[in-house]
Design a protein around this ligand. Structure first.
Ligand code: SAM
Ligand code: SF4
Length: 376
């Protein structure tokens, strides 16, 4: 079983924090959709004969596509892949695109999971990050999907805004919980180089929250969401029972996935590849049948590191037996050596066969994981 990710690299405007690849020039949209279809066919071999279990339209802004675009893509998928066991088809949508007409159009396609980027329920915060919608618009968008019988809705939230007051976060969480959704992704704001917020930080126009406040916010989110029946199944992800994202879980569980479109990444157990992050170069490569990607064969160290990075992000953690059987005694020995400090600091714990981050360790995960990686 494998996943397909389709990157739609267009946005009406750029948000102040975001460095995902996208362009605000939509003139190439039709050409790009035709190329996505061609790449779906030409790169099928990358995931071998695997049947497709999940499909994910991400971006950029997939809710900028129109009926004919979706029709071309779904017709190509259906003609090319075995989707008889496909259980989850997600689309990321931006609240400002959600109208009655848009939802009626979407109902013609087999999407069964909606991921809405709301980010905050405080209008001043939304303005600061240059979102195109208000809190009220975002709530209306969720309700419109619910009235149209979508029963698997996820909301993205960002916390740790410059000088954010914990009471504002608390208000956002209360509004989020009132909506009776099934899944929440909550990300701490990161200042990505090249973004407007990063520049403002450098110019001292804004101030990042301190570490203590960040930790307090993380604890508020985890405690409020778990109290309200959400399972904290991955560092940034919370789901009602049975609503864990199957597509994203396949990234964390080392399943194969094929990424289609500019900047999309793919993985198939033996290699990973990444497509060029340029719409014009991507179109040119696809139209001339030349590679639109770079590819790297994975060494045993790479595979081990991938396993550590992805499994430690999940609730189940990483299996020590699996390290021994998949990678060998020497990897297990080194792993046990590297974790001693973190076991003593109570940032990692061993629960029967599973090595897991403790609640204290979750927030420090990047540094802990880096200590565990194998180096060539
Ligand atoms: C591909 S992005 C956006 C999807 C969709 N276009 C939207 O804007 O709602 C997926 C999510 O990543 C998160 N994200 C992107 N950049 C981030 C950053 N610098 N810090 C924290 N979260 C970020 C946001 O929550 C966002 O909704
Ligand atoms: S957050 Fe979404 S809408 Fe905003 S720039 Fe990034 S991809 Fe585009």
């Amino acid at each position: 079983m494998a996943g397909i990710y389709i990157h739609i690299p267009f946005c009406k405007s750029r948000c102040a924090y975001c460095d995902f690849f996208s362009s605000t020039h939509l003139s190439y949209k039709s050409k790009l959709v035709a190329c996505l279809c061609k790449e779906l066919i030409s790169e099928k071999h990358y995931i071998g004969n695997e049947t497709v279990e999940t499909i994910y339209f991400g971006g950029g802004t997939p809710s900028l596509l129109e009926e004919n675009d979706f029709k071309l893509i779904f017709d190509t998928i259906q003609a090319t892949y075995d989707t008889s066991n496909c259980v989850e088809i997600t689309i990321e949508v931006n609240p400002d695109d959600v109208t009655n007409d848009f939802v009626s159009m979407l109902k013609k396609f087999p999407f069964n999971r909606i991921s809405i980027g709301i980010q905050s329920f405080i209008n001043n915060e939304l303005k600061l990050i240059n979102r195109r919608h208000t809190s009220e618009q975002a709530i209306n968008a969720v309700q419109l999907f619910q009235r149209n019988d979508y029963e698997n809705i996820s909301v993205d939230l960002i916390y740790g805004y410059p000088s954010q007051d914990i009471n504002n976060l608390s208000t956002s969480i209360d509004k989020l919980l009132k909506m009776k959704i099934q899944h929440i992704s909550a990300y701490h704001l990161t200042y990505e180089k090249g973004t407007v917020l990063h520049q403002k930080l450098i110019n001292n126009e804004i101030q990042a929250v301190d570490e203590e406040t960040s930790l307090e916010m993380f604890h508020l989110i985890t405690s409020e969401l778990t109290k309200n029946g959400f399972l904290h199944y991955e560092i940034s992800n919370f789901a009602k029972n049975g609503f864990e994202s199957k597509h994203n879980s396949s990234y964390w569980n080392g399943k194969k996935y094929l990424g289609i479109g500019p900047s999309a990444h793919s993985y198939n157990n033996t290699s990973r590849k990444w497509n060029v992050a340029s719409i014009t170069s991507y179109i040119k490569a696809i139209e001339t049948q030349s590679p639109c990607y770079e590819i790297e064969q994975l060494s045993l160290n790479d595979k081990y590191n991938d396993y550590i990075i992805t499994s430690l992000r999940t609730l189940q953690g990483c299996s020590l037996t699996n390290i021994k059987t998949e990678f060998g005694e020497i990897y297990l020995k080194n792993c046990l050596l590297n974790i001693t400090k973190h076991l003593n600091n109570n940032t990692l714990q061993i629960d029967s066969d599973s090595l897991k981050l403790t609640p204290k360790g979750i927030f420090l995960s990047d540094g802990i994981i880096a200590d565990l990686l194998a180096v060539d």
